[in-house]
Design a protein around this ligand. Structure first.
Ligand SMILES: Nc1ncnc2c1ncn2[C@@H]1O[C@H](COP(=O)(O)OP(=O)(O)OP(=O)(O)O)[C@@H](O)[C@H]1O
Length: 202
């Protein structure tokens, strides 16, 4: 794993707004090496917004984020060129990120038969696995995963869950927003609705 040997991700009394609506406030947690947090909450309660705030993609309305170690984000946007074959599109990022074991992620995620397929032709689940391969290749210590299991079949759900557990077991850190149950030992849970303002139903 590249980056910090002791990753940390800390949220201090975070509050986020979208439009004129305060989604959550006073949200705090601390995650370190080998720790993971499952963010739960109904549609529209602010899980993606929280992930974007943690990743520096949106500015919180209040509070702060402390991040020690490189972050990798997996959401529905893979960052892979839709017009390129999957293999070439992953190669592009591998050249930038300096991947050490490019074939490892492809094998473990069953992507080898799809390397010649243009990214735009990939199914939802295939695209999700491709995004995860790109994340694995980066070797970053802190993972922000927005619905990593959505669109995956049963076997892929088990695979991806195992990969997340492996990442944590290897000293990584992960924050996972998911509507699905995650079978990962030691996983903590944070219900985002617990931080919703009283007078603003989700
Ligand atoms: N750019 C925007 N401007 C105004 N409101 C927005 C914007 N983006 C998102 N929202 C609203 O913010 C709220 C939170 O959205 P967010 O995507 O964070 O929820 P979520 O918990 O991830 O939902 P889901 O479970 O459906 O993925 C939603 O009500 C959404 O409509």
């Amino acid at each position: 794993m590249q980056g910090s040997p002791n990753p940390k991700l800390i949220a201090n009394a975070l509050a986020c707004r979208r439009g004129d609506r305060l989604l959550f406030r006073g949200l705090s947690f601390e995650l370190g090496e080998g720790e993971a947090l499952h963010i739960t909450g109904a549609n529209g309660t602010g899980k993606t917004t929280l992930i974007r705030a943690l990743g520096g993609l949106t500015t919180p309305y209040a509070g702060s984020v402390i991040c020690k170690g490189e972050l990798g984000l997996l959401d529905e946007r893979t960052g892979l060129d839709p017009d390129q074959p999957l293999g070439k599109s992953l190669d592009f990022w591998q050249r930038i990120d300096g991947c050490r074991d490019p074939s490892g992620a492809l094998k473990v995620l069953g992507l080898e038969p799809l390397l010649d397929v243009p990214v735009r032709y990939l199914s939802t689940g295939q695209r999700k696995r491709a995004g995860l391969a790109a994340l694995l290749n980066r070797g970053v210590p802190i993972w922000l995963l927005d619905e990593p299991l959505s669109g995956l079949d049963v076997a892929a759900i088990e695979q991806v869950t195992a990969l997340i557990a492996l990442h944590i077991g290897g000293g990584g850190t992960a924050l996972i927003a998911s509507h699905q149950t995650l079978a990962i030992d030691g996983l903590r849970t944070l219900a985002i609705e617990d931080f919703a303002p009283m007078d603003e139903p989700a």
